[in-house]
Write a protein that binds this ligand. Structure first.
Ligand SMILES: Nc1ncnc2c1ncn2[C@@H]1O[C@H](COP(=O)(O)OP(=O)(O)OP(=O)(O)O)[C@@H](O)[C@H]1O
Ligand SMILES: [Mg+2]
Length: 254
């Protein structure tokens, strides 16, 4: 054996561990009308992904496609390598998808504690431990677990809604406009909390109207336009891309 016969030094990149993938998803609510027209997205383990774009672009629909709330007519939604296209919400929650919808995301007549318990009704044994985690992320909730969710401010409700979705220790957290309707200081807090949750290890996909702020904190972003991912890149790349600035950030995020 000679020294020169050694195996060629090919470097094989390790496979990227995608928690979520949307592959060429076409989806819609009404027969014959598609809202998503070939949408693609990947979220690798631990990433914070932002989705921005104009009103009606299909941002919420993209999250609903992951959470089985819109008819996916072609393409696929993949979770940890498994096809989950069209699975029902209770199955998706059990498989580790946490979803915080844009509106009506708490049970107003229930207390904060009851809202959180509802988040883990499929795994009652973990409730106490997960409430400890959620109240460590949102200390303001700890002091008022018995307060009715309907009596909370918008920002506090948003915390309860995120807390509820975190109760199952999800593989991926889907957030639809966590800063919507909040005062500027409460918006700052919402973005800070999302960052903290992500840094605690939760892969997160966030839709936001506040495009600039979203791109500033996310690892990678997608600009959605008419149901397609028009641009993608790191948050910084998109913030500095003249086309993205001209078309989407000029009015959306200034
Ligand atoms: N349940 C529904 N039934 C029929 N059409 C719907 C439904 N939900 C949304 N749509 C339509 O799908 C399109 C995209 O809506 P979607 O809510 O995904 O947009 P978006 O990008 O989240 O907008 P926004 O920034 O206003 O939240 C819109 O034209 C909307 O009218
Ligand atoms: Mg929306």
């Amino acid at each position: 054996m000679s020294d020169t016969a050694a195996a060629p030094a090919t470097s094989v990149a390790p496979p990227v561990e995608n928690v979520v993938e949307l592959r060429d998803v076409h989806a819609g609510y009404l027969p014959g009308v598609n809202i998503l027209n070939g949408a693609n997205l990947t979220a690798a383990k631990g990433e914070l992904i932002g989705i921005i774009g104009p009103n009606g672009a299909g941002k919420s629909t993209m999250l609903k496609a992951i959470f089985g709330q819109v008819n996916v007519r072609s393409g696929a939604v993949i979770l940890n390598g498994q096809d989950i296209t069209g699975l029902r919400a209770n199955k998706l929650v059990a498989q580790g998808v946490g979803f915080v919808p844009q509106t009506n995301n708490v049970f107003p007549s229930l207390s904060i504690a009851e809202n959180l318990q509802m988040g883990a009704y499929q795994r009652p044994k973990v409730v106490a431990e997960r409430i400890d985690f959620v109240t460590s992320v949102f200390p303001d909730l700890a002091k008022r677990l018995q307060q009715r969710a309907g009596s909370l401010s918008g920002g506090e409700r948003q915390m309860v809604a995120m807390g509820r979705a975190l109760m199952m220790d999800p593989h991926v957290l889907l957030l639809d406009e966590p800063s919507a309707g909040l005062s500027p200081s409460r918006q700052d807090e919402a973005f800070l909390r999302v960052s903290e949750i992500n840094k605690a290890g939760v892969t997160t996909i966030m839709v936001e109207q506040n495009a600039r702020r979203c791109l500033q904190i996310c690892d990678r972003g997608y600009v959605l336009d008419q149901g397609r991912d028009a641009y993608t890149g790191t948050g910084r790349e998109l913030l500095n891309d003249p086309k993205v600035i001209g078309l989407y950030l000029g009015t959306l995020g200034a």
